[in-house]
Design a protein around this ligand. Structure first.
Ligand code: BTN
Length: 341
């Protein structure tokens, strides 16, 4: 697909690689025989050998032992479309997947695909972005293949007011999913779109929607997630403000596994917000333990107004509640929030 005259090529998910990886990953440390793989793929054993060589060239370390077969010793450290597809299949997600080694913006690519009639839902994942964008016209640094640049596209018929719910549920579901990978770290959400750990941002969400008289036509949900990058290498202005899951956890994470977990979390958030999945907690209750702002003095910039107060959670519409000196809570429906030092 082309963006601004530049053409970006997606790398197709290789079905044979998915079948091989599924068998090898399921077997764990056990060997899988070449003849079993040949049978599953309907090809000769030398052809299987060739396909494994191809996987080696893509960053997999595969051991081959005569009369025993093959086993995986190491996975690639970067995104790999077949490995990601395996991880999604394992989690029961059937979402369409497009992987680009490089793209202008995964959100822009999702918009182009919707405009050309591609049925949703689908996910766009990129190794890097040349024009990654953040909220409020900001740039999203997107040069590191150790991080995640992801967009999911949906076409719901819901009133636009429900859009805010979706982004907030996405933050909740993503935070909960990531918490399994970094169990010791307190992952939080800074209303409305940022994921934080100990005051530093490690992810940002950007929801863009096309709306007409009947409601929302399409939603593109974009996520930039710092996974395995080293914050010491971040550009100067964000170095003191940002972090990554690697820095939080102290060890690199399995990029494709984390990506699959995040995609499933976003699908779950979508199902909740359109009423296809029942939750036992309300939005405000689910938000409360993950709220990075609760109890802190914050200033919200809403349009040309600056409102300062103590953050007191969100209401069921998703608005941030700011308690003023008189004890009354004021709902902030949109805007940018800064924590008072
Ligand atoms: C923010 O914190 O300002 C939101 C950042 C969102 C960045 C992601 S990266 C994937 C998707 N594509 C984009 O161009 N932006 C979003």
């Amino acid at each position: 697909m082309s963006g601004g005259g530049v053409t970006f090529s997606s790398q197709a998910v290789n079905r044979d690689s998915v079948v091989i990886l599924q068998a090898l990953l399921e077997a764990g440390q056990a060997f899988v025989s070449g003849s079993l793989l040949a049978q599953q793929l309907g090809v000769s054993r030398p052809a299987v050998h060739g396909k494994l060589d191809k996987l080696r060239g893509e960053g997999f370390e595969v051991e081959a032992v005569r009369n025993r077969g093959y086993r995986i010793l190491r996975l690639p450290e970067v995104l790999h479309p077949a490995l990601l597809r395996c991880a999604l299949d394992q989690r029961g997600s059937r979402i369409g997947l497009h992987y680009f080694p490089e793209i202008d913006s995964t959100n822009s690519e999702a918009e182009r695909r919707i405009a050309s009639g591609e049925p949703s839902p689908f996910a766009i994942v990129a190794g890097c972005q040349t024009q990654g964008r953040g909220r409020l016209g900001r740039v999203w640094e997107s040069g590191s293949a150790e991080n995640l640049y992801l967009s999911l596209c949906f076409e719901p018929r819901i009133p636009p007011q429900q859009l805010q719910h979706f982004t907030l549920w996405a933050g909740i579901c993503i935070c909960r999913a990531l918490q399994h990978f970094v169990p010791q770290a307190p992952l939080k959400i800074k209303w409305p779109n940022d994921l934080h750990c100990k005051g530093r941002k490690f992810a940002g969400m950007l929801t863009e929607a096309k709306i007409d008289a009947d409601g929302i036509r399409s939603i593109v949900f974009g996520l930039g997630l710092n996974i395995n990058s080293n914050p010491n290498e971040f550009p100067g202005e964000i170095r003191s403000l940002a972090t990554s899951l690697y820095a939080i956890h102290g060890e690199p994470l399995a990029l494709n596994e984390v990506t699959a977990a995040v995609i499933c979390a976003i699908e779950e958030a979508y199902a909740i917000s359109i009423g296809n999945l029942v939750t036992h907690t309300s939005l405000a209750e689910a938000w409360q333990p993950l709220d990075a702002l609760a109890g802190h003095e914050v200033t919200a910039i809403a349009g040309d107004r600056a409102i300062t107060g103590i953050a007191a959670g969100i209401d069921e519409s998703g608005a941030l509640l700011l308690r003023g000196a008189d004890g009354a809570s004021q709902p902030i429906r949109a805007g940018d929030v800064t924590l008072k030092k």
